[in-house]
Design a protein around this ligand. Structure first.
Ligand code: ADP
Ligand code: ZN
Ligand code: ZN
Length: 725
């Protein structure tokens, strides 16, 4: 028997499908989708069986060494789903299969180094400390690579790094070793979350979806914060389970929403499997098996849970559908929604997209009737949405209130005296590299793109990352001759100031204070039990939390996300302000929100303050139409990367000309411009942006482009529908 095996081969975009002979005694155990160990060059590697053929080829083939799995890890659906991911993201087939599987079931590149007991590495210092170390030790690339990996993933397997490098960092106390990766979001105590009586709007939503079970259609559940979307999901799921089918529930990042998981477990108990990045590979494998064996019928998990090995799917829920974490930002660059749609067609089941602030793309589709719109317009408990006040910081600054306006200060004191709790958002998201005038709030923007310019310190220039426009950095504000400042205030500094200003217990929650596993959950629990009066944090506090005693939300600086150099900055700002406002007054007490800004007339801020998604949508769509951005146009981002500046630039120019010639004349090709992180690890990065509505030649042209630059010194990365540029 001859089989065709797909093996990992280190080259990103091509696949190695090799023929091997199966010895007679192993033939009975061969099945498509199982892993086998095969000889490759001088190594033993694992690969997936793709084909079985009875014919013997006319060249000599080697024998396989062993069969890894008792049952296929890739079933028919996942095998064809891999092909689909390859076709829409232009990744390799092997990377598509690898991304679908928990690491215990991925095909190993080198079987010999597979060790039974894994050691994990974690950071032992704050991210700031590590970044500082990186700045001072730029030349030590292998150390920096490891540290960067840890900053991004917070925990990695020691095996994947040179142990000499790891040992050195351990000696310096920067990292620690551990044999566990354990972090459980859900406590093992059996918590019960009782069924609630639905209100009219919820009931309508439940009935509508239930009557569509068995049909592959998409619902957009647009419900204001606190409208009871979770209860709606839970009751629809109850119906699905009664039909004997399974359910996938995606949440943005599960460790950020422990309350959500708790509700699912509290309602459905051990029928729920939880999958997220903080589980150890053993735990992930256990949950995967429970789903595959039908011991659990619901999976609640982050992006990759969309690949859960469930047969007979009856419903897919994507909660907070506007979140960018649903798009993977390394190859294969898939969006969970595309996978959900594929699986929904395969299994004939509906999808529910839920959000208080749907992405423009989704809402536009709902308006066009591509999705069915379901609305929850009021809060489940009948409470009004909190009243939002906008405070003009330009005039506060004149009164020397740089950080906290007098009205916010008074409100905080008032709430403290009533023993109520406060959430303060310091929206640090984005870059500190944009510039703004301290007197009038002017922000330097590109004249062609309406996107804020990024300050490049090295050559003292302001640049647009979209079209390449550049101008010299201003000495004074061009509008009012005021003082130009680089923006950026750290949470640490703010915490200190707050502690001086108020007699209160304050806890800070940001990337630095939550880098240790479990610390995030602890902060939330401690705040919930009122060990602290004030929760100060970055955008991670804005999402999905439900505290009954919080009556005031203050946004210290609404402007930071407005000024990120991206066409979505308005949308991101609106989302963030709406979400964080939604944390106030969710229970019996009435809530208030104060938003401090230097841009009091900005529509994103005004619409968020009025809880007015519809006006925001109209206004933002107008801008997107005028500037030819999604959802009016689709985008493709092509990154061209290499070590030699001139080579990269010349290649980028060549690629641009090639694209101009080969794509349809209605398609717009912009650039090349320097990419957002222009030089990373001595690699220069340029980018070309394609805007198109429909282009039959797009995929074939890009595939050809990839093939052209294979094995070249220049690397090409293609992202379809990038969420950030
Ligand atoms: P969302 O996810 O839409 O922001 P949640 O699902 O967190 O809102 O619900 C907000 C609050 O309302 C929760 O405390 C929930 O228990 C409560 N709730 C939801 N539905 C009902 C209902 N039908 N009756 C009473 N309370 C409800
Ligand atoms: Zn000014
Ligand atoms: Zn521009």
């Amino acid at each position: 028997m001859i089989i065709k095996v797909l093996v990992e081969n280190y080259i990103k975009t091509t696949d190695s499908i090799l023929s091997y002979h199966v010895p007679f005694n192993l033939e009975g155990d061969i099945a498509i989708g199982k892993r086998v160990v095969v000889p490759l060059n001088k190594n033993e590697v694992e690969g997936f069986i793709l084909e079985i053929s009875k014919e013997t080829p006319n060249f000599e083939v080697k024998d396989i060494i062993s069969i890894v799995d008792d049952e296929p890890v890739l079933n028919k659906e996942l095998l064809s789903l891999g092909e689909y991911i390859k076709s829409i993201t232009l990744c390799s087939l092997i990377s598509a299969y690898q991304v679908m599987l928990p690491s215990a079931l991925k095909a190993k590149r080198n079987v010999n180094i597979k060790s039974k007991y894994k050691t994990f590495i974690k950071l032992n210092k704050s991210i700031e400390f590590i970044n500082d170390y990186i700045d001072k030790n730029k030349r030590n690339k292998s150390e920096i690579a490891l540290l960067n990996e840890l900053i991004n993933n917070s925990i990695v397997e020691k095996n994947s790094f040179n142990s000499r490098v790891a040992n050195k960092l351990k000696d310096k106390d920067l990292i620690i070793y551990s044999d566990k990766q354990i972090y459980r979001t859900v406590s093992d105590e059996t918590y019960k979350y009782d069924k609630l009586i639905l209100n009219k709007e919820q009931e309508h939503a439940v009935n509508t979806v239930v009557s569509a079970l068995g049909i592959p259609k998409v619902f957009l559940l647009h419900g204001v914060t606190g409208s009871g979307k979770t209860e709606t999901y839970l009751q629809i799921i109850e119906h699905v389970l009664k039909t004997g089918k399974n359910v996938i529930v995606l949440v943005p990042e599960i460790s950020l929403t422990p309350q959500m998981t708790e509700r699912f477990k509290g309602r459905f108990g051990p029928n729920v499997a939880v999958m997220h990045s903080s589980l150890s590979s053993g735990e992930k494998y256990d949950e995967w098996l429970r789903l595959k064996r039908g011991e659990a019928h619901i999976v609640v998990g982050a992006r990759s849970a969309i690949f859960a090995p469930l047969s007979n799917i009856g419903l897919i829920v994507i909660d907070e559908e506007h979140e960018t974490t649903y798009k993977q930002d390394s190859s294969p660059r898939y969006h969970a929604l595309d996978i959900a749609k594929y699986r929904s067609k395969y299994h004939n089941c509906p999808i529910i997209l839920g959000s208080a602030t749907p992405s423009l793309e989704s809402y536009a589709r709902a308006k066009r009737g591509v999705y069915e719109l379901l609305e929850l317009k009021s809060r489940a408990n009948g409470k009004k949405l909190p009243e939002v006040k906008i405070v003009d910081m330009c005039s506060e600054v004149k009164k020397k209130n740089y950080l906290i306006s007098s009205i916010l200060k008074d409100k905080i004191n008032e709430k403290l005296s009533k023993n109520e709790q406060i959430i303060l958002l310091l929206n640090r998201r984005g870059y500190s590299s944009f510039i703004t005038c301290h007197d009038c709030g002017y922000v330097a923007k590109c004249p062609n793109c309406d996107i804020s310019l990024t300050f490049h310190k090295t050559n003292n220039m302001l640049r647009c990352h979209y079209c390449g426009y550049a101008t010299k950095m201003y000495d004074t504000c061009p509008e009012c001759s005021g003082e130009i400042k680089n923006f950026g205030t750290g949470t640490e500094k703010v915490l200190e100031a707050l502690e001086n200003m108020f007699d209160a217990k304050i806890v800070r929650m940001d990337l630095d204070t939550t880098s240790k596993k479990g610390s995030h959950e602890k902060i939330i629990k401690d705040f919930e039990t009122h060990k602290y009066d004030i929760l100060l944090g970055t955008q991670m506090i804005a999402k999905g939390l439900d505290f009954s005693n919080v009556t005031l939300v203050g946004v210290i600086n609404a402007d930071t996300s407005l000024n990120i150099p991206d066409f979505r900055s308005g949308e991101v700002t609106f989302e963030l302000l709406s979400q964080v406002s939604g944390r106030a007054g969710r229970d019996k007490l009435t809530g208030e929100v104060i938003i401090q800004t230097y841009n009091k007339d900005n529509y994103s801020i005004i619409c968020a303050a009025n809880h007015d998604y519809f006006s925001f949508y109209d206004k933002e769509m107008e801008i997107r139409r005028a500037l030819k951005y999604p959802p009016y146009y689709y985008l493709v981002n092509i990154k061209i990367m290499g070590k030699i500046y001139d080579d990269v630039l010349n290649t980028a120019l060549k690629i641009k000309n090639y694209l101009k010639d080969s794509l349809s004349s209605d398609t717009i090709v912009l650039g090349p411009t320097t990419a957002n992180m222009f030089k990373v690890n001595n690699i220069y990065r340029f980018q070309i942006i394609i805007k198109y509505k429909k282009d039959d030649k797009l995929y074939s042209s890009l595939i050809l482009l990839q093939e052209l630059y294979l094995n070249n010194k220049i690397n090409i990365d293609i992202t379809f529908n990038p969420l950030i540029l």
